[in-house]
Each structure stands twice: as C-alpha cells, then as structure tokens.
Design a protein around this ligand. Sequence first.
Ligand SMILES: [Mg+2]
Length: 346
Amino acid sequence: MHTQTRRLALQLRHPFKLSYGTTTVRENVLFQVSAGTHSGVGEAAVVPYYGETAERVLQHLSAPALAEALSGDPLLLGDALDRLPADMTPAARAAVDIALHDLWGKHLGHPLYRLWGLNPAHIPVSSFTIAMADDEDGYREQVREARDHSLIKLKLGSGDWRTDLRYVQMARQETRARLCVDANGGWSADEALAIIPALTELEIVFIEQPVARDDLAGWRTLHDSLPVARPPLIADETVQGVESVLPLAGLVDGINIKLAKCGGLRPAMQMIQLARACSMKVLIGCMIESTVAVAAAAHLAALADFADLDGNLLVSNDPYRGIEMRKGQIALTERPGLGIVPAPEQ
Ligand SMILES: [Mg+2]
C-alpha cells in the first residue's frame, strides 16, 4: 500500500468560542492509502486541548513502522489495524483507521454502513452547534440563522451558570427547535446542581460534560443528587478510548464517542457495544473536521441515540463532499467506502 499525507487548514465560518478559548482555523491532517486501483482517505483532527499537534500527527503518519504495518492485503482490514504501531496518538490512529475502512469498502464495492448491515433510516437527527457569543444580539442572530435545524446544541461554560442559563432561555425564545447543551466541563458539581433543574424545565434533550474532565467525584454527586427525571448527562471529555468506558458505568448516563478521541471506527464500534452493555446512551460526535471524518462517523451513526455531526458545516473550505444534511437528517450515498469525493473547486 502507498501512503500520502497532507496538512489541511480548515477555515471556520464563525469564530468558535468555547470554554477553552476561541478558534478561527483548525490544522487537521489528511491521510491517503492506495492499493491497486483504489485509494482510501482518512483525517486526523488536531485538537489542541487533547495535546495533539499537526507535527506529531505527521510524524506518526510517516513513521517506517506504519509503512510496515500497511504492507499486507487491504481486504484483511482487522489484521492491518492490529499491526498499527502502539504509540500512535488517537487522532493519527483515527486517520489510518478511517482510510483503511474507506479502502476496504471500495475494494468490496459497498458503502461501509451496508457492509456493517446498518439501516441508514436509523441515523438520529444531528444537532447543529452554536458557540458562545460575546453579545446577546449576536447570539440571538446565530440562533435565528440555525432555524432550519431541528436539534440545536448550545455551547455553555461561560464561567457563570446564571449567564449560561440566560443564553439557553434566549435560545428557547428564538427557536422552536429541540435544544441540547454542552458545558465543556465548565461547571462545578454545585453549579451543575443549580442549573440542571432549570434545564430540565426547559426540556433540554441532553446535557454534555457538565463537570470537568477528571472530576469523577462531581459526576458521582450529580448521579446521586439529581432526580432520575432529568436530561441524560453525557460524558464527552471524561471519556476517551475503549478502556475509559467501563469505569464510567453507573456514573454517567451516556458517552460521546468521537473517532479522533478513540482512534477510529473499530474502537468506536467496541465502545458502542460496551456502552450498550452498561445501559448507557450513545452520542456520536465529531471535532471540527472535514467531510472525511464526519462521513466516517455518519456510517456508524445508525447505532447511536444522538448524533452531533456538523463539524464539516462549520468550515468554509471542506475539500470533500458526499454527505448531505437536511434539517439535521444525514443522508449517505450509495458510493463504496466512505462514499465521498473531492469537492470540485479543490
Ligand atoms: Mg462536547
């Protein structure tokens, strides 16, 4: 198999303000693997707050040990994934895993969801994300602009839970869409206990990462103190790869699985099975990514309860196309593998 890597600087349509800081561009890396007449493409989302850098990802993707791992039959996908160097970061591993799945699907001539026997009609409606804004008018405008989406995710964690609640109330006034929220770990357990009853009243669909990534005591407090009739509390930053699922059983109501965190489609599938065994809800999410990584996650999404696959909609220079989203409903194509093609203007 031949490989190729290239940097991909994704320009954001709106500056993306989170509790971690504000972003206007994301430096991802594309990885291509070819065998015979087919080639597969994958993407590494370089997420600074997970400690990834583009340089480190590029290093992993050009390592001789990786070339060695990719020297076999592309149809023996499991073997190739088993041979990947153990020290690869999750984002680099995801790029290779996605590219190998795309290549495998193209050799077999079917889209991935068909090869897995999944029904695309079961893909949940995807949320559209609205970041925090500096001023209330700008925020109301962003919510109004998102009126075509039936599920909107509000990023919270402004530093003051009362401000967060005011933003949710503003959004509630501006749209009839269903709303979910993501605090990105921005609340203490006490703050979360203060705001969650109000969010329950507002019929929020789910609440993501209320407390900090390592605050397991906080998760425990929420689990023990809140009534069962509440929106499901979904761990995002607290959950990473396959090994992180079981320790959260009984602490969280669900997990947000992202390919860039767990290392690709195969570990994501293992996480879904573990989550189901623990009666957890499953949210399939994404980073700020192009159609490459978002399409990969979309092929798995029929197995999830919730989807948050809008990463490609937030960027203005997506180099691929092949998934459509209408009112949050994702449509996959019948093309083999990921089913994506280079965008015409690239
Ligand atoms: Mg999140």
